[in-house]
Write a protein of this length. Structure first.
Length: 297
Protein backbone atom coordinates (compact mmCIF):
# COMPACT_ATOMS: atom_id res chain seq x y z
CA UNK A 1 0.00 0.00 0.00
CA UNK A 2 1.42 3.44 -0.88
CA UNK A 3 2.58 5.53 2.06
CA UNK A 4 0.07 8.25 1.21
CA UNK A 5 -2.79 5.82 1.70
CA UNK A 6 -1.79 4.75 5.21
CA UNK A 7 -2.71 7.79 7.32
CA UNK A 8 -6.40 7.79 6.26
CA UNK A 9 -6.55 4.07 7.07
CA UNK A 10 -5.04 4.67 10.50
CA UNK A 11 -7.30 7.63 11.07
CA UNK A 12 -10.38 5.57 10.24
CA UNK A 13 -9.23 2.78 12.55
CA UNK A 14 -8.93 5.23 15.43
CA UNK A 15 -12.28 6.79 14.52
CA UNK A 16 -13.84 3.33 14.78
CA UNK A 17 -12.03 2.56 18.03
CA UNK A 18 -13.14 5.81 19.64
CA UNK A 19 -16.68 5.66 18.17
CA UNK A 20 -16.36 9.28 17.05
CA UNK A 21 -20.05 9.75 16.08
CA UNK A 22 -20.99 8.96 19.68
CA UNK A 23 -19.04 12.04 20.78
CA UNK A 24 -22.02 14.17 19.78
CA UNK A 25 -23.96 12.60 22.66
CA UNK A 26 -21.50 13.96 25.23
CA UNK A 27 -21.74 17.81 25.32
CA UNK A 28 -25.42 17.65 26.22
CA UNK A 29 -24.59 16.01 29.54
CA UNK A 30 -22.72 19.03 30.89
CA UNK A 31 -25.15 21.47 29.29
CA UNK A 32 -28.14 19.70 30.85
CA UNK A 33 -26.31 19.78 34.18
CA UNK A 34 -25.71 23.50 33.90
CA UNK A 35 -29.35 24.06 32.96
CA UNK A 36 -30.54 22.01 35.92
CA UNK A 37 -28.79 24.32 38.39
CA UNK A 38 -29.94 27.45 36.58
CA UNK A 39 -26.48 28.41 35.37
CA UNK A 40 -25.71 29.98 32.03
CA UNK A 41 -23.04 27.97 30.16
CA UNK A 42 -19.64 29.59 30.45
CA UNK A 43 -15.93 28.88 30.37
CA UNK A 44 -16.16 26.35 33.21
CA UNK A 45 -18.99 24.56 31.42
CA UNK A 46 -16.78 24.33 28.35
CA UNK A 47 -13.99 22.83 30.47
CA UNK A 48 -16.50 20.29 31.81
CA UNK A 49 -17.52 19.38 28.26
CA UNK A 50 -13.90 18.90 27.22
CA UNK A 51 -13.27 16.81 30.34
CA UNK A 52 -16.33 14.69 29.53
CA UNK A 53 -15.17 14.17 25.95
CA UNK A 54 -11.76 12.96 27.12
CA UNK A 55 -13.19 10.60 29.74
CA UNK A 56 -15.75 9.25 27.28
CA UNK A 57 -13.09 8.51 24.68
CA UNK A 58 -10.87 6.97 27.36
CA UNK A 59 -13.73 4.59 28.06
CA UNK A 60 -14.09 3.71 24.37
CA UNK A 61 -10.41 2.89 23.98
CA UNK A 62 -10.29 0.95 27.24
CA UNK A 63 -13.45 -0.95 26.33
CA UNK A 64 -11.92 -2.36 23.17
CA UNK A 65 -8.63 -3.11 24.93
CA UNK A 66 -10.46 -5.08 27.62
CA UNK A 67 -12.66 -6.87 25.07
CA UNK A 68 -9.95 -7.61 22.51
CA UNK A 69 -10.12 -11.40 22.94
CA UNK A 70 -13.91 -11.46 22.82
CA UNK A 71 -13.89 -9.18 19.76
CA UNK A 72 -11.36 -11.47 18.04
CA UNK A 73 -14.02 -14.17 18.25
CA UNK A 74 -17.26 -12.21 17.68
CA UNK A 75 -16.21 -8.98 15.91
CA UNK A 76 -12.87 -9.59 14.16
CA UNK A 77 -13.38 -6.51 11.97
CA UNK A 78 -12.85 -4.14 14.89
CA UNK A 79 -9.60 -2.14 15.03
CA UNK A 80 -7.75 -4.21 17.65
CA UNK A 81 -8.46 -7.79 16.50
CA UNK A 82 -7.95 -6.75 12.87
CA UNK A 83 -4.50 -5.39 13.75
CA UNK A 84 -5.20 -1.84 12.60
CA UNK A 85 -4.59 -0.48 16.12
CA UNK A 86 -2.14 -2.06 18.56
CA UNK A 87 -3.53 -3.00 22.00
CA UNK A 88 -0.72 -1.12 23.72
CA UNK A 89 -1.62 2.03 21.79
CA UNK A 90 -5.27 1.73 22.81
CA UNK A 91 -4.36 1.29 26.48
CA UNK A 92 -1.93 4.21 26.33
CA UNK A 93 -4.62 6.38 24.76
CA UNK A 94 -7.07 5.42 27.51
CA UNK A 95 -4.60 6.45 30.19
CA UNK A 96 -3.64 9.71 28.49
CA UNK A 97 -7.26 10.70 27.85
CA UNK A 98 -8.18 9.96 31.46
CA UNK A 99 -5.34 12.16 32.69
CA UNK A 100 -6.40 14.94 30.33
CA UNK A 101 -10.02 14.66 31.44
CA UNK A 102 -9.09 14.97 35.11
CA UNK A 103 -6.75 17.89 34.41
CA UNK A 104 -9.49 19.76 32.55
CA UNK A 105 -11.93 19.11 35.37
CA UNK A 106 -9.39 20.48 37.85
CA UNK A 107 -9.18 23.66 35.76
CA UNK A 108 -12.96 23.96 36.09
CA UNK A 109 -12.69 23.99 39.89
CA UNK A 110 -12.59 21.65 42.87
CA UNK A 111 -16.32 20.80 42.72
CA UNK A 112 -15.88 19.63 39.14
CA UNK A 113 -12.83 17.54 39.99
CA UNK A 114 -14.72 16.02 42.93
CA UNK A 115 -17.23 14.64 40.39
CA UNK A 116 -14.77 13.85 37.59
CA UNK A 117 -12.61 11.60 39.81
CA UNK A 118 -15.41 9.13 40.64
CA UNK A 119 -16.59 9.38 37.04
CA UNK A 120 -13.16 8.27 35.80
CA UNK A 121 -13.08 5.50 38.42
CA UNK A 122 -16.51 4.32 37.27
CA UNK A 123 -15.41 4.25 33.63
CA UNK A 124 -12.35 2.14 34.39
CA UNK A 125 -14.23 -0.14 36.78
CA UNK A 126 -16.92 -0.75 34.18
CA UNK A 127 -14.51 -1.63 31.38
CA UNK A 128 -12.10 -3.73 33.44
CA UNK A 129 -14.36 -5.45 35.97
CA UNK A 130 -18.08 -4.71 35.87
CA UNK A 131 -19.08 -4.82 32.21
CA UNK A 132 -19.93 -8.53 32.12
CA UNK A 133 -21.46 -8.67 35.59
CA UNK A 134 -25.03 -7.85 36.71
CA UNK A 135 -23.70 -4.50 37.95
CA UNK A 136 -22.56 -3.48 34.45
CA UNK A 137 -25.65 -1.54 33.29
CA UNK A 138 -25.93 0.25 36.64
CA UNK A 139 -22.27 1.29 36.43
CA UNK A 140 -22.78 2.71 32.95
CA UNK A 141 -25.91 4.54 34.12
CA UNK A 142 -23.94 5.97 37.04
CA UNK A 143 -21.25 7.21 34.64
CA UNK A 144 -23.80 9.13 32.54
CA UNK A 145 -25.43 10.56 35.61
CA UNK A 146 -22.07 11.67 36.99
CA UNK A 147 -21.25 13.25 33.64
CA UNK A 148 -24.35 15.43 33.92
CA UNK A 149 -23.43 16.29 37.51
CA UNK A 150 -19.96 17.27 36.29
CA UNK A 151 -21.52 20.00 34.20
CA UNK A 152 -23.61 21.14 37.16
CA UNK A 153 -20.60 21.20 39.49
CA UNK A 154 -18.43 23.10 37.03
CA UNK A 155 -21.12 25.64 36.16
CA UNK A 156 -22.74 26.25 39.51
CA UNK A 157 -20.62 24.51 42.11
CA UNK A 158 -23.60 22.52 43.39
CA UNK A 159 -25.18 19.30 42.21
CA UNK A 160 -28.28 18.60 44.33
CA UNK A 161 -30.61 20.47 41.99
CA UNK A 162 -29.30 18.43 39.06
CA UNK A 163 -29.96 15.02 40.64
CA UNK A 164 -33.45 14.55 39.06
CA UNK A 165 -32.06 15.18 35.57
CA UNK A 166 -29.13 12.85 36.30
CA UNK A 167 -31.56 10.10 37.34
CA UNK A 168 -33.60 10.46 34.15
CA UNK A 169 -30.50 10.37 31.96
CA UNK A 170 -29.09 7.46 33.93
CA UNK A 171 -32.35 5.52 33.55
CA UNK A 172 -32.15 5.86 29.78
CA UNK A 173 -28.50 4.74 29.82
CA UNK A 174 -29.38 1.76 32.00
CA UNK A 175 -31.95 0.64 29.43
CA UNK A 176 -29.60 1.05 26.45
CA UNK A 177 -26.76 -0.75 28.20
CA UNK A 178 -29.04 -3.64 29.12
CA UNK A 179 -29.95 -4.08 25.45
CA UNK A 180 -26.29 -3.79 24.38
CA UNK A 181 -25.28 -6.81 26.45
CA UNK A 182 -26.88 -9.01 23.78
CA UNK A 183 -25.92 -7.08 20.65
CA UNK A 184 -23.41 -9.69 19.46
CA UNK A 185 -25.57 -12.76 20.15
CA UNK A 186 -29.15 -11.44 20.02
CA UNK A 187 -31.90 -13.74 21.23
CA UNK A 188 -33.33 -11.60 24.06
CA UNK A 189 -36.69 -9.85 23.92
CA UNK A 190 -36.67 -8.85 27.60
CA UNK A 191 -34.03 -6.13 27.19
CA UNK A 192 -35.67 -4.29 24.28
CA UNK A 193 -39.11 -4.55 25.92
CA UNK A 194 -37.77 -3.14 29.19
CA UNK A 195 -36.02 -0.37 27.28
CA UNK A 196 -39.24 0.40 25.41
CA UNK A 197 -41.14 0.67 28.69
CA UNK A 198 -38.42 2.87 30.18
CA UNK A 199 -38.45 5.23 27.22
CA UNK A 200 -42.25 5.48 27.43
CA UNK A 201 -42.04 6.44 31.11
CA UNK A 202 -39.29 8.99 30.43
CA UNK A 203 -41.31 10.49 27.59
CA UNK A 204 -44.28 10.82 29.92
CA UNK A 205 -42.17 12.60 32.53
CA UNK A 206 -40.70 14.94 29.92
CA UNK A 207 -43.97 15.87 28.25
CA UNK A 208 -46.52 15.83 31.08
CA UNK A 209 -48.69 18.86 31.77
CA UNK A 210 -46.57 21.99 32.23
CA UNK A 211 -46.46 24.13 35.32
CA UNK A 212 -48.94 27.05 35.25
CA UNK A 213 -46.10 29.56 34.87
CA UNK A 214 -44.60 27.87 31.82
CA UNK A 215 -45.10 29.80 28.58
CA UNK A 216 -46.91 28.01 25.73
CA UNK A 217 -43.85 28.17 23.45
CA UNK A 218 -41.64 26.70 26.15
CA UNK A 219 -44.13 23.92 26.75
CA UNK A 220 -44.32 23.22 23.02
CA UNK A 221 -40.52 23.01 22.75
CA UNK A 222 -40.26 20.61 25.69
CA UNK A 223 -43.04 18.46 24.26
CA UNK A 224 -41.47 18.44 20.79
CA UNK A 225 -38.09 17.37 22.14
CA UNK A 226 -39.64 14.69 24.33
CA UNK A 227 -41.54 13.39 21.32
CA UNK A 228 -38.34 13.40 19.26
CA UNK A 229 -36.70 11.29 21.96
CA UNK A 230 -39.56 8.78 21.86
CA UNK A 231 -39.55 8.66 18.06
CA UNK A 232 -35.82 7.92 17.99
CA UNK A 233 -36.01 4.89 20.26
CA UNK A 234 -39.48 3.43 19.76
CA UNK A 235 -39.09 1.75 16.38
CA UNK A 236 -35.64 0.14 16.85
CA UNK A 237 -36.59 -1.11 20.34
CA UNK A 238 -39.84 -2.55 19.03
CA UNK A 239 -38.13 -4.23 16.08
CA UNK A 240 -35.52 -5.77 18.38
CA UNK A 241 -38.26 -7.03 20.70
CA UNK A 242 -40.15 -8.65 17.82
CA UNK A 243 -37.02 -10.09 16.21
CA UNK A 244 -34.03 -10.11 18.61
CA UNK A 245 -31.45 -10.90 15.94
CA UNK A 246 -27.94 -9.42 16.32
CA UNK A 247 -28.41 -6.83 13.52
CA UNK A 248 -31.71 -5.54 14.94
CA UNK A 249 -30.36 -5.58 18.48
CA UNK A 250 -27.35 -3.56 17.33
CA UNK A 251 -29.70 -1.16 15.57
CA UNK A 252 -31.67 -0.78 18.80
CA UNK A 253 -28.47 0.04 20.68
CA UNK A 254 -27.54 2.61 18.05
CA UNK A 255 -31.01 4.15 18.28
CA UNK A 256 -30.72 4.33 22.05
CA UNK A 257 -27.35 6.07 21.84
CA UNK A 258 -28.64 8.59 19.29
CA UNK A 259 -31.72 9.24 21.44
CA UNK A 260 -29.46 10.55 24.19
CA UNK A 261 -29.24 13.87 22.35
CA UNK A 262 -32.97 14.70 22.18
CA UNK A 263 -33.27 13.49 25.77
CA UNK A 264 -30.54 15.90 26.87
CA UNK A 265 -32.22 18.68 24.89
CA UNK A 266 -35.58 17.91 26.52
CA UNK A 267 -33.92 18.02 29.96
CA UNK A 268 -32.48 21.44 29.13
CA UNK A 269 -35.92 22.67 28.02
CA UNK A 270 -37.48 21.16 31.15
CA UNK A 271 -35.06 23.29 33.19
CA UNK A 272 -35.98 26.43 31.27
CA UNK A 273 -32.80 26.67 29.18
CA UNK A 274 -34.51 26.87 25.80
CA UNK A 275 -31.62 28.27 23.74
CA UNK A 276 -29.32 25.59 25.16
CA UNK A 277 -31.94 22.96 24.38
CA UNK A 278 -32.01 24.00 20.73
CA UNK A 279 -28.21 24.00 20.57
CA UNK A 280 -28.06 20.47 21.96
CA UNK A 281 -30.81 19.28 19.60
CA UNK A 282 -28.80 20.61 16.65
CA UNK A 283 -26.12 18.02 17.40
CA UNK A 284 -28.47 15.16 16.48
CA UNK A 285 -28.42 15.50 12.67
CA UNK A 286 -24.64 16.03 12.71
CA UNK A 287 -24.11 12.89 14.74
CA UNK A 288 -26.49 10.95 12.51
CA UNK A 289 -24.58 12.01 9.40
CA UNK A 290 -21.28 10.97 10.95
CA UNK A 291 -22.73 7.62 12.00
CA UNK A 292 -23.29 6.78 8.32
CA UNK A 293 -19.51 6.76 7.89
CA UNK A 294 -18.36 5.26 11.21
CA UNK A 295 -20.40 2.90 13.36
CA UNK A 296 -21.70 4.39 16.59
CA UNK A 297 -21.61 1.03 18.42
Amino acid sequence: MPAAARPPGRARAWAELLRLPALFTVPGDALAGAAAVGARPGARTLLAICSSLCLYEAGMALNDWADREEDARDRPHRPLPSGRVRPAAALTAAGALTGAGLALAARAGRPALAVAAPLAATVWSYDLALKHTPAGPAAMAAARGLDLLLGAAASGGRTRAALPSAVLLGSHTLAVTTVSRREAQGGSTAGPLAALATSALLTRLLTRRPAPAEAPRASALRTALGTAYAATVARPYLHAALNPSPPLTQRAVGGGIRATIPLQAALCARSGAHVTALAVAALAPIGRACARKVSIT
